[in-house]
Design a protein around this ligand. Structure first.
Ligand SMILES: [Cu+2]
Length: 281
């Protein structure tokens, strides 16, 4: 498929959209997903954070035979535990592309009170990006033969120059709408292959209610750190005065940033765009 990165159509592999369609069910429901492999190589789907029977867990060679090109597989299992989860391809580097999506299991009775909710999937990205700085020898980065073997590996996301929030680069951010004073539930998920993130909402505090799908003693913080695969559910009270606020995502240990916007009804202002180094442009 092609996806739009701020006006640039880039080729990638995805489940129709990036992220893929949200799967939402209730605790105790049966998840049933028909996979049809239209890729040129084997694939499987892994249900990140869920605990399905082994044969449905999508780890090729360990829990499931890979699904060959042109073949299909029906995933079917019960989802007894509520929480914020993810699904993604689990063959080779397929997860590095767009083959992922959110999976929400709602509790039978929701104990949290909030006015609206959004899911934010944080990703590091390279498909369609020409300048793979970390893979091109430069004066600063000598050719691989002279380099530390570690340079062959993208520690800290160096091979993923772009950061996406819900499949969108900072130049074209997702906009979360709320009314002033709304209590907003955010399900924040790190689906990146190689990047830890710091996450914050300008001018707002975050009350953490769940980590990795499990309820925790509510804790109010300024920012979160999410390792790869982690999910945090937070409550945010949109500013009573309204306005447009940056939802900022900063990679740990390197330059760059990603963002979405929290826009209160009646506010048209757009915060100034900032360059990928985080400095105003
Ligand atoms: Cu996973």
């Amino acid at each position: 498929m092609r996806m739009d990165l701020a006006g640039h159509a880039v080729p990638t592999w995805g489940y129709g959209t990036v992220p893929g369609p949200e799967i939402r069910l209730r605790a105790g429901d049966t998840l049933r997903v028909q996979l049809q492999n239209e890729l040129t190589e084997d694939t499987t789907v892994h249900w990140h954070g869920l605990a399905p029977p082994n044969g449905m867990d999508g780890v090729p060679g360990i829990t499931q035979d890979p699904v060959a090109p042109g073949e299909g597989f029906t995933y079917e299992f019960e989802t007894p535990i509520p929480g914020s989860f993810m699904y993604h391809a689990h063959v080779g580097m397929q997860l590095d592309r767009g083959l992922y999506g959110p999976l929400i299991v709602e509790p039978r009775t929701e104990e949290l009170a909030y006015d609206r909710e959004y899911t934010l999937m944080l990703d590091d990205w390279r498909d369609g990006i020409d300048a793979h700085a970390a893979h091109t020898p430069t004066a600063e980065e000598p050719a691989e033969t002279d380099a530390d073997p570690g340079d062959d590996v993208s520690f800290g996301g160096r091979a993923y120059p772009l950061l996406l929030v819900n499949g969108r680069p900072p130049e074209d951010p997702a906009v979360l709408e709320a009314r002033p004073g709304d209590r907003v539930r955010l399900r924040v998920m790190n689906i990146a292959a190689d990047t830890g993130f710091r996450f914050a909402v300008a001018g707002h505090r975050l009350t953490v209610t769940h980590t990795d799908g499990m309820p925790v003693e509510p804790t109010t913080v300024d920012a979160l750190r999410l390792g790869m695969g982690e999910r945090y559910d937070v409550l945010v009270d949109a500013a009573p005065s309204g306005g447009v606020w940056q939802i900022g995502v900063q990679p740990e240990g390197r330059d760059g940033w990603g963002r979405a916007l929290l826009r209160c009804t009646g506010s048209d202002a757009t915060p100034p765009h900032r360059s990928r180094t985080g400095r105003p442009s």
